[in-house]
Unconditional design. Structure first.
Length: 72
């Protein structure tokens, strides 16, 4: 349980660092005429793809990891 809390904290910290690093990019997009909803849609799409990739990797490790072979 403690490991899960540590992983969630690290993930949140990395997301905050990434967001502050991308602030210049978002300002540039707004200056070039992208609407706020377009930027929100871009960020939601990126995060959804990352979440799906992480979930599928987690399921794969959960299925094949402990047993060491394919399930019957």
């Amino acid at each position: 349980m403690l490991l899960l809390v540590a992983v969630c904290g690290n993930t949140a910290n990395l997301m905050l660092a990434r967001a502050s690093a991308r602030q210049r990019e978002m300002c540039m997009r707004l200056a070039l005429g992208a609407g706020p909803w377009r930027i929100v849609r871009l960020l939601l799409t990126e995060n959804l793809l990352l979440a799906l990739a992480g979930a599928s990797l987690g399921v794969a490790v959960g299925v094949w990891g402990p047993s060491g072979s394919l399930p019957i």
